[in-house]
Write a new protein. Structure first.
Length: 129
């Protein structure tokens, strides 16, 4: 498994993935994909078998649903005013632990920090079909 971290999240998440045993993980900036359209990032993730990691669930989930097959989508969702590098890091580390036991291919893992600071995990198929 390898991860493609969206530009809305810190490049340090790609470094964490590499340290955790996913050496081919990268960030869109490192690939020269900054400011590209979302569909172009999905295409790259699908074509090169990256699990895409973003905090933009609303835009990326429908794009992944259009794909007959994809390696997976991780959505880090944080309540308004709570996003920080520390929060991103902790939620991504928790996602990596979850993915040690789950096959994410064709699925979405959403990890959400709610306003009351509780964390919720949801793993579901990316297609409604």
């Amino acid at each position: 498994m390898k991860f493609l971290i969206d530009e809305c999240l810190s490049p340090s998440l790609a470094a964490i993935a590499r340290e955790q045993g996913y050496p081919l993980s990268t960030h869109v900036t490192w690939l020269g994909l900054r400011a590209r359209e979302d569909w172009a990032l999905v295409r790259r993730a699908v074509d090169e078998e990256y699990v895409l990691v973003t905090n933009d669930r609303a835009d990326f989930t429908p794009l992944m649903e259009r794909e007959p097959r994809h390696p997976g989508l991780v959505c880090i969702t944080v309540a308004h005013g709570l996003m920080s590098l520390d929060v991103q890091t902790e939620l991504f580390k928790q996602a990596l632990i979850c993915l040690e036991e789950e096959d994410i291919a064709g699925r979405v893992l959403e990890i959400a920090l709610r306003p009351d600071r509780t964390v919720r995990f949801d793993l579901y198929p990316s297609s409604l079909a």
